[in-house]
Write a protein that binds this ligand. Sequence first.
Ligand code: ADE
Length: 245
Amino acid sequence: MVYGILCAMDEEFGILENEIAEKEVTEIYSRRFISGKINGQRVVAAVSRIGKVAAAFTTAVLIEKFKVDALVFCGIAGGLGDNVKIGDIVIGTGCVQHDFYLSDSDFFRIPLLNISNIPCDKALSEKCLNAAAEFCKGEKTKEITEFFASVNVKEPKVHTGIIASGDQFISSDQKRLWLKENIENVMCCEMEGAAVAQAAFEAGVPCAIIRVISDSADGDAEVSFDKFVSAASLYSSAIIKNLFK
Ligand code: ADE
């Protein structure tokens, strides 16, 4: 069993790399694929780069070349759900490409697949939910405690629901409301989840998407994102370590 682990940005991957033992690095198309073990579990980890094309492409390499048996993506997102706050964690039940638009009466639907909500794997998502809940409840390192204080995160919670993905950084009330109105049970927005989920779905590989809320996808999103992003890997490394305990 080999898990593919993905983040979109170096900042999200960060100290997670230190958790990989017996590391072997293969460079393909400007991406570093790091094979090794986390808590004894075989993994291949990579930074996909930003956006749906980059994410789908990297996922395809993990599936086709590294033969991963399951995929877990971990990164940050803009919060959209009513009770979703900065510092909370979202586990996707499914992902929607919010910028897929065929006509005014037919948007989000992916032709031929004929679905708009790309499902995530239930069992794997449940494992991620437990790993994230343990992070929220468990003892925090000094770095995490200091980071929480710096971004005013008190008691982070875990949510499940739909993740909206598109090649856009969402930073306006208008777009934020549009997403909430048009995507039932949407919890957050980001730029890769649906691409990873679709590639995995088409290949028949179980996939889970974990997102930590860095901003509220509103007029303050850029400032909040900038404050949060440099410490994003504190979350990803802790959650992924918990996943393989
Ligand atoms: N990733 C983190 N915050 C985001 C936002 N507001 N829009 C898109 N992707 C994001």
